[in-house]
Design a protein around this ligand. Structure first.
Ligand SMILES: C[S@@+](CC[C@H](N)C(=O)[O-])C[C@H]1O[C@@H](n2cnc3c(N)ncnc32)[C@H](O)[C@@H]1O
Length: 271
């Protein structure tokens, strides 16, 4: 089977993009190389693996869990079933947070709370090399993934296993978090519900459980001047602003919309 045959075969069952991701995964070629080497003959082992991956993808397993990779903010990260697959919206959270950090802080210390694969903390550390960045999560399996990713890029990031702030001892200039925020009874896509860790998704009856728990204690872990950056569910803005006002004084709260125009990022700043 050549790469060209593999493209035709894959497209019978899955999308063209997914087909190319799987070909790239089994051959080690990037997207451009795949186009340039259409006549490359896959080895028997590569062909078997490719067909197995197509089969698995047909049974509705996310392609990123099959290839064990995702590109986040231009960085290739390892992922497996123990972590949420980092999303495009979260890249927007990182982008906006970096803008504020670069504008209002010098070498800010940053905690990525509920870090999962480490997507947020790792990206921030690569962009703000001199900043002290730490990442924490309750799941030891997720933290194994975060460690693989930070080691791949040889980054000096401290990793802490912790139920929210339980094992956190320092204070930070910025705490950034994409915590679980899906309501217990909310309808979500089967591919997400059946594959991604529920610990990373669900947040009680109203989806606000983690924001309440985080905001209740957060001031003990922040310096006088601080930035809190949250990813939020599209309809949670008003509720989270009320929770923030309940626990924090003298703060400026700004909500940003994602590229689809939904309220998906909340920034709470004390200047
Ligand atoms: C929505 S995922 C976000 C993962 C990653 N930050 C990202 O944006 O791709 C939420 C993460 O919160 C973690 N988590 C759930 N409950 C937690 C708790 N009580 N303390 C710390 N982390 C928790 C989960 O293990 C999961 O990795």
């Amino acid at each position: 089977m050549t790469i060209e045959d593999a493209v035709v075969y894959g497209k019978k069952f899955i999308s063209s993009t997914e087909t190319k991701m799987l070909i790239s995964n089994v051959t080690g070629f990037d997207a451009l190389e795949i186009i340039n080497y259409l006549h490359y003959e896959l080895t028997e082992k590569q062909e078997d693996l490719f067909k197995k991956l197509v089969e698995a993808r047909r049974s509705n397993i996310p392609v990123q869990y099959l290839t064990h990779s995702v590109n986040f903010y231009g960085i290739d990260l390892y992922v497996n079933e123990s972590v949420l697959i980092p999303r495009f919206e979260t890249e927007e959270l990182v982008e906006n947070t970096l803008q504020i950090l670069n504008r209002d802080f010098v070498n800010p210390s940053v905690l990525d709370l509920c870090c999962g694969s480490g997507a947020i903390g790792i990206t921030i550390k690569t962009k703000l090399g001199n900043s002290d960045v730490e990442m924490s999560d309750i799941s030891s399996k997720a933290l194994e993934v975060a460690k693989i990713n930070k080691d791949t890029y040889n980054l000096n990031i401290n990793i802490i296993e912790s139920d929210l702030f339980q094992n956190i001892t320092k204070k930070y200039d910025c705490i950034i978090s994409n915590p679980p925020y899906i309501k217990e009874d909310e309808e979500i896509e089967d591919i997400v519900k059946n594959n991604e860790p529920h610990l990373a998704l669900y947040a009680g009856k109203d989806g606000l459980l983690y924001y309440e728990r985080i905001l209740k204690d957060i001031k003990n872990y922040l310096n006088d001047k601080f930035l809190i950056a949250f990813e939020i569910g599209a309809y949670e803005k008003e509720d989270i602003i009320s929770i923030a006002n309940k626990y924090l004084e003298n703060v400026e709260i700004t909500c940003k919309k994602d590229l689809s125009g939904r309220d998906r990022m909340l920034f709470i700043e004390r200047k």
